[in-house]
Design a protein around this ligand. Structure first.
Ligand code: LLP
Length: 420
């Protein structure tokens, strides 16, 4: 459920008309709803129902500083994948002791930075990374808390680009090598084993792949305990899908209930582990919309195009993954003819579209909105075709906060240098 809805034929973000936001801040524009964001956080927190759980929001989904600030005020942690994300969450006021660091290519500088601020743990993704973390920690006179990201070789039934838990994916350590790596780590002086982690893919619409992964890792955990290795937490990844059109993904409490049921016999034997989740999309996707203007319509011998002021640089998901994202008009326009349109942008690429074959009632000057645009849209934005990055606003009831200014043309080349 979200707080974007029509009132008297006009789309509102909470209590503010989207048309008014477009007039004030221009288009294209990202609009977030604070109430929706907080509702999603609560859904995860409540799903733990008094158990020992930690929600670590995956910063990559949307890293706007104000959103991170709001999330850190909810007393949750963060899942980061770069030094830049670590710097962002600290700038937003997060507590580093609730930060987990994932990603296959952590540099020495990034590891040192994370050790200096004191993160919760590194999710180690390879044997060489373990050695690097141990060496950097030794140099700094620290002990690095680590968890291994185990690749359980599970098919998450999602788009190949966002599947992460198959052997052919670059992520994690094959489950077959896991025990050896844990044993190696247990003998290192500058690392401390704290957990075990998996992430099998994004936009998952079923619980069964999670359960398959948990089953595989349960037997690994038993082997670890038999070898004298104790864990503090089990991180069951992010990946919970959202509704872009007709998907009906499980709710956070359905996922966690199923996970706890599957883990019960293990917990009876080894004691209850803290469960960590790393959701990105399910927290922020439907807390955001992307608003843009129709510049022209054109009919190319029976094919209708709505040419909008939003490009693949602003939201690349439809071009990159052929992702379906729902497009609606800001005003219901009952008197305008319903036609089938490709909604295309100004970028000079055939792949520059926000949606294809959409039934819409539009005229030039009308506003359109892509729903579900809070996750992986602004965050994946670029300046391709020298298009300044969009403005972003957060709506809170009838109040509006500008949380990212629209870039200027000068911003486009601010870091570039003319030859002397
Ligand atoms: N943790 C790790 C280690 C991850 O790799 C990811 C996402 C997450 C957490 C968050 O997963 P989520 O809850 O958002 O599914 N750009 C793509 C999605 C890429 C996801 C990559 N990893 C898209 O626009 O669909």
């Amino acid at each position: 459920m979200d707080f974007f809805s029509y009132k008297n034929g006009e789309l509102y973000a909470e209590e503010v008309p989207v048309k008014q936001l477009a007039q004030t801040y221009g288009t294209p524009l990202y609009v977030y709803s604070k109430a929706t964001l907080l509702r999603h956080v609560e859904a995860f927190k409540n799903a733990f129902a008094g158990r020992n759980g930690l929600v670590c929001y995956a910063v990559k989904a949307n890293s706007n500083l104000a959103l991170l600030q709001l999330l850190s005020q909810q007393d949750i942690g963060f899942d980061i994948v770069s030094g830049g994300e670590l710097a962002r969450v600290i700038a937003a006021g997060a507590n580093p002791s609730k930060v987990i660091f994932s990603g296959v290519g952590k540099t020495e500088e990034e590891i040192a930075m994370a050790l200096e601020v004191g993160i919760l743990c590194f999710n180690v993704e390879s044997s060489m990374e373990l050695d690097r973390i141990n060496t950097v920690a030794q140099r700094l006179g620290k002990v690095a808390p680590i968890s291994f990201r185990i690749n359980p070789n599970v098919d998450a039934n999602t788009h190949p680009y966002i599947s992460t838990g198959l052997r052919e994916n670059k992520f994690g350590i094959p489950v077959e090598h896991a025990l050896d790596e844990y044993l190696r780590a247990s003998k290192m002086e500058h690392v401390k084993i704290v957990g075990l982690d998996f992430h099998i893919g994004s936009q998952l619409t079923e619980i069964s792949p999670y359960i398959d992964a948990i089953k595989t890792l349960k037997s690994l955990i038993r082997k670890l305990y038999a070898a004298g290795i104790r864990l503090h937490h089990l991180d069951i990844g992010g990946g919970l899908g959202v509704t872009y059109s007709v998907e009906a993904p499980p709710l956070p409490n359905e996922l966690l209930n199923a996970a706890y049921a599957e883990l019960q016999d293990l917990f009876e034997d080894v004691g209850e582990l803290q469960i960590v989740v790393e959701p990105g999309r399910s927290i922020v996707a439907n807390a955001g919309i992307f608003a843009y203007k129709v510049e022209f319509t054109k009919d190319n011998l029976g094919k209708n195009f709505a040419i909008v002021d939003a490009g693949m640089n602003d939201n690349i998901r439809p071009s990159l993954y052929q992702a379906f994202m729902n497009i609606i008009t800001v005003e219901e326009n009952p008197d305008t003819e319903l036609k089938l349109y490709d909604v295309v942008g100004p970028v000079c690429e055939t792949g520059d579209f926000q949606g294809k074959n959409r039934q819409l009632r539009v005229r030039p000057g009308d506003l359109l909105v892509t729903r579900g645009a809070g996750a992986y849209c602004s965050a994946m934005g670029s300046q391709y075709n020298s298009r300044p990055k969009c403005a972003e606003v957060l709506v809170d009831g009838d109040k509006v906060h500008l949380i990212r200014e629209r870039e200027t043309y000068e911003d486009l080349w601010a870091k570039e240098k003319l030859l002397g």
